[in-house]
Design a protein around this ligand. Structure first.
Ligand SMILES: Nc1ncnc2c1ncn2[C@@H]1O[C@H](COP(=O)(O)OP(=O)(O)OP(=O)(O)O)[C@@H](O)[C@H]1O
Ligand SMILES: [Mg+2]
Length: 307
């Protein structure tokens, strides 16, 4: 037998190709990307962002929002509106503050010792950080879906029924059954699970578990869903299911999705926000940001020069 693996590595331009990147005179990583040089850090705006941070009748308005972990400022003075019935994608290099920003929107940073948020965040015009705010009630209005599906170790039915039960959203068992059914339908999962509602949710595939987590969120009838890299643990088919679902859901609610996939951001979002080292650098219509970025940092990131 020949040795196809060895030939493949060479053909793909791997380490057997002979020429080291530094010989070309560029400080390239093996992927062809460059480290962010300090001159680019100097290009960071001290205030504000380029593009259009505002929308008419926003669901969320963030003004000068900063987040500190102890002394460290992880998000700096972000001003951004989030529109109704649309998807905003938050993109940017690892560590730029995407998750930290997302967590500001439902006060999840409250749960992190030493975290402090300044500036204002309003939901439907009301300050979500005001002292008398009921945080449990707030989080019911703002669902969250994480990178790794995290169903409770209970049945599929109980996972979806949990939120409506604690928030007393239904009056009878029949109402609850109905809400569980419609939530699973909206999450595109009903046909796959209708005959096994009382089996353990942890026995489902990863993609099904993620759609169950979305159904669980939908059951409490949120106005917004925050998604932090919801597809990063999923295969392409499960990812396509979630992306179709996101597209269906935006008919009735707002979604903010953090993603490392530029293709995903382009496919599912109407607006894109580019973050870099805690700053919001650029925000605008997704088509504009990807085809005609205004800031050099955005352009360098979306063309894959660093990240
Ligand atoms: N709980 C924490 N305590 C202290 N620092 C934190 C904490 N969480 C995040 N940070 C820091 O805040 C900065 C922003 O982190 P964050 O997780 O928001 O980035 P990210 O853009 O979501 O990154 P990734 O793409 O890798 O998920 C980083 O420097 C990170 O180390
Ligand atoms: Mg993150």
């Amino acid at each position: 037998m020949p040795e196809p693996r060895r030939a493949d590595v060479s053909a793909a331009g791997g380490s057997t190709s002979g020429k080291h990147a530094s010989e070309s005179g560029l400080d390239l990583k093996p992927s062809g990307r460059v480290h962010v040089p300090s001159s680019l850090e100097e290009a960071l705006p001290t205030e504000g962002s380029v593009g259009n941070a505002f929308v008419d009748d926003p669901v969320f308005s963030c003004r000068d929002v900063s987040v500190f972990y102890g002394e460290k400022e992880a998000v700096r003075k972000v001003t951004l509106d989030i529109g109704r019935r649309q998807v905003l994608a938050a993109i940017g290099p690892s560590g730029c503050g995407k998750s930290t920003f997302l967590r500001c929107l439902n006060r999840m940073n409250d749960t992190i010792p030493g975290a402090r948020v300044t500036g204002t965040v309003t939901l439907d015009g009301q300050d979500i950080y005001e002292k008398r705010r009921d945080v449990a009630q707030l989080r019911a209005r703002i669902g969250m879906v994480f990178q790794k599906p995290n169903p409770f170790p209970k049945s599929i039915y109980e996972n979806v029924a949990y939120g409506p039960r604690i928030h007393r959203l239904t009056r009878s068992r029949a109402d609850l059954d109905e809400l569980v059914c419609t939530s699973l339908q909206r999450a595109g999962l009903w046909n796959e699970v209708k005959d096994r509602l009382h089996t353990l949710a942890t026995g489902m595939s990863g993609g099904q578990q993620q759609r169950l987590c979305i159904a669980r969120t939908l059951a409490v009838q949120p106005e917004v869903i925050l998604m932090d890299e919801p597809c990063s643990a999923l295969d392409p088919i499960a990812t396509a299911h979630i992306e179709d679902l996101i597209d269906d859901l935006r008919a009735s609610l707002a979604i903010v999705i953090v993603t490392h996939s530029m293709q995903q951001a382009a496919r599912v979002s109407q607006r894109t926000a580019y973050f870099h080292m805690g700053r919001l650098i650029e925000v605008g219509d997704t088509d504009d940001v990807f085809t005609n970025p205004q800031h050099r940092l955005t352009e360098d990131y979306i063309t894959g020069r660093f990240g």
